[in-house]
Design a protein around this ligand. Structure first.
Ligand code: SF4
Length: 279
């Protein structure tokens, strides 16, 4: 409630303001808005000493609007936020119950959908339980078992020789170190990163598959095509605790919207931050 003294004070401040404005804007700005507010809406007894001590509020920092021409470091946090909101459950879609199943499912997923791999491994993992089962399987029968995943001859060779190598060189266990995993036949950094992250909760890098590579380039996170160089650029840009999730966010967005060869930029939640946007 405004008391008579408050009204009086308000009038006085108004007059003071108009007098100062006669000397130009520079002097008028000497009466901060906060002083007028306090004078009108507080009790006079409290207001007067506070008015005397009051300083002008600092100007609020104006946040610059991000644009697609900003550097990747500036755009990344907002791109992450929007993709995470769009795909909160993005994660590895392959089914597995131990490290060697994770490894073999990843090998089978090359040039194949996760849905098809899961369909095949539902029977495969029941039929072949141990590394010995894989190593000693009849190659022709194994090829038939995994045929729907494509490239079945090459994948059979990879899985059987990997199983033998795991038995002979790693005591029948899938190693949990990058340098050991990439010694296995058919295992490069992409597969190793997926196995480490999903089977062992260990993050040593970012798995770069075809979606991650394509999106990283379109988003201007890298200029490279070589997956190892793309991974290096992403590791510099993305905080380590986000490395595993980053792979799956880009994969989900690549499958749903940023498709090859023609992206659906008009539906894309990050099109205003993407240097390759067509809209
Ligand atoms: S704007 Fe287009 S090219 Fe860029 S991320 Fe989105 S869909 Fe891909």
């Amino acid at each position: 409630m405004v008391t008579p003294l408050g009204k009086e004070l308000g009038r006085s401040l108004e007059q003071l303001g108009s007098s100062l404005s006669l000397f130009g804007d520079r002097h008028a700005r000497m009466i901060p808005n906060d002083c007028l507010f306090v004078a009108f809406f507080s009790s006079e007894a409290e207001s007067l000493p506070r008015i005397a001590n009051m300083k002008a509020s600092p100007k609020k920092a104006v946040r610059k609007k991000l644009s697609r021409t900003d550097p990747a470091e500036a755009r990344f946090p907002e791109i992450w936020r929007r993709l995470y909101r769009e795909y909160p459950d993005a994660k590895c879609a392959l089914n597995f119950s131990n490290a060697h199943e994770m490894l073999f499912a990843t090998i089978l997923s090359a040039q194949c959908t996760d849905v098809m791999v899961n369909r095949v491994t539902a029977d495969l993992f029941r039929k072949y339980r141990t590394l010995d089962d894989y190593a000693k399987a009849d190659p022709l029968e194994f090829e038939k078992d995994i045929k729907p995943t494509g490239f079945f001859r090459q994948k059979t060779k990879s899985i059987q020789s990997t199983a033998r190598q795991l038995i002979d060189e790693f005591g029948g266990r899938v190693p949990d170190k990058m340098e050991d995993l990439v010694r296995l036949r058919g295992v490069a950094r992409k597969t190793a990163n997926i196995v480490l992250g999903n089977a062992y909760d260990k993050i040593e890098g970012i798995a770069v598959d075809t979606h991650v590579k394509r999106l990283s380039k379109r988003l201007g996170f890298t200029d490279h095509d070589d997956p190892v160089k793309v991974e290096r650029d992403l590791m510099e840009l993305v905080p380590k605790k986000k490395w595993l999730q980053m792979t799956y966010l880009l994969i989900e967005h690549g499958r749903a919207v940023c498709k090859a060869p023609v992206p659906r930029c008009e539906e894309c939640v990050i099109n205003h931050l993407c240097p390759s946007s067509r809209v």
